[in-house]
Ligand binder design. Structure first.
Ligand code: OGA
Ligand code: MN
Length: 298
């Protein structure tokens, strides 16, 4: 035991504990040549630093059981339970932490959420008062084409806003809708509504400061049923459209093309993500965990 620890220390001296290769886009980096089941504490600390620097981390070539995925996720903190499946059931018997994203059906029943259609830009579970700080998605089966996932940096988007617009939004609060998921499906137990003022959800500041990096970011969550508190609905819609016009700009995004064995970890506070549709006759199976946030966004 003592020997093992000493050799880890020795390996950390001088040499970088892990290889971090930036995507060169506004966000994202790949960590190469690691097995997430066996990261020592130095490698883990370096991976966490890279995650703070790059917001999204890709690690390819992993073989992870659900238990392995949960064990690695827990190194970041306690886990949130996954939202209930669109069918009202839990995804994986005995493992409430696992969220399954899949279009595959067994005996006519979907095994996961979000189908094969587009999943629109969103932050995970920001309809909670304390949303998860991170999510990680592990690819078990991927279609031959389509189903790519894009990420955008809410730091970069905030920094790019004209000063005049930054001024107008400085003290606003936004409601993050809890009615529909990013695939457009109604969440379990919720009454459908398209009135942003009446829909259930959590209210957060529109501009937040990241608790770990201290950087400012725009916090949009998702477009559908979003509402800027206290504004006339038409004014809220117009200002939201203005802010959302920055989201799709390629200079703020990075697109990931999946391979089986990819793990992608994102900072759920300062990024959003979306997924391309894919052929519904192809199979796509991803397992996700979500790491509890430490406090409500401020
Ligand atoms: C998610 C999600 C999109 C995808 O797991 O939170 O939005 O690419 N997934 O499967
Ligand atoms: Mn998501």
């Amino acid at each position: 035991m003592a020997l093992g620890v000493e050799s880890d220390v020795a390996r950390d001296f001088g040499a970088k504990p892990i290889d971090v290769i930036s995507t060169k886009a506004a966000l994202g980096a790949e960590v190469r040549d690691v097995d997430l089941k066996e990261l020592n504490e130095f490698e883990f600390a370096a991976l966490k630093r890279a995650w703070h620097d790059h917001q999204v981390i890709l690690v390819r070539g992993q073989t992870l059981s659900d238990q392995d995925l949960i064990a690695f996720s827990r190194r970041f903190g306690d886990l949130d339970w996954a939202p209930i499946q669109e069918t009202g059931r839990r995804f994986v018997e005995g493992l409430p932490e696992i969220y399954v994203v899949s279009n595959v059906t067994v005996n006519g029943q979907p095994i996961g959420s979000l189908g094969a259609g587009e999943a629109v830009w969103h932050t995970d579970m920001s309809y909670l008062d304390v949303p998860p700080m991170a999510s990680m998605l592990f690819a078990l089966e991927v279609p031959p084409a389509g189903g790519n996932t894009s990420f955008c940096s809410m730091y970069s988007i905030y920094e790019a806003l004209p000063d005049e617009l930054k001024g107008r939004i400085a003290n606003l609060k936004i409601k993050h809708d809890g009615t529909y998921n990013s695939g457009g499906y109604l969440r379990q137990g919720v009454t459908p509504t398209d009135d942003p003022r009446a829909s259930p959800g959590a209210v957060h500041p529109l501009v937040c400061t990241h608790p770990d990096t201290g950087r400012r970011m725009l916090y949009l969550g998702r477009r559908r049923n979003a509402y800027l508190m206290g504004l006339e609905l038409a004014d809220s819609e117009a200002l939201l459209d203005e802010l959302w016009s920055f989201v799709e700009r390629p200079e703020f995004t990075w697109e990931h093309v999946w391979r089986v064995g990819d793990l992608v970890l994102w900072d759920n506070r300062c990024t959003m993500h979306r997924r391309d549709p894919f052929d519904s006759s192809a199979r796509r199976i991803m397992h996700r965990t979500q790491i509890k946030g430490g406090a409500a966004p401020v």
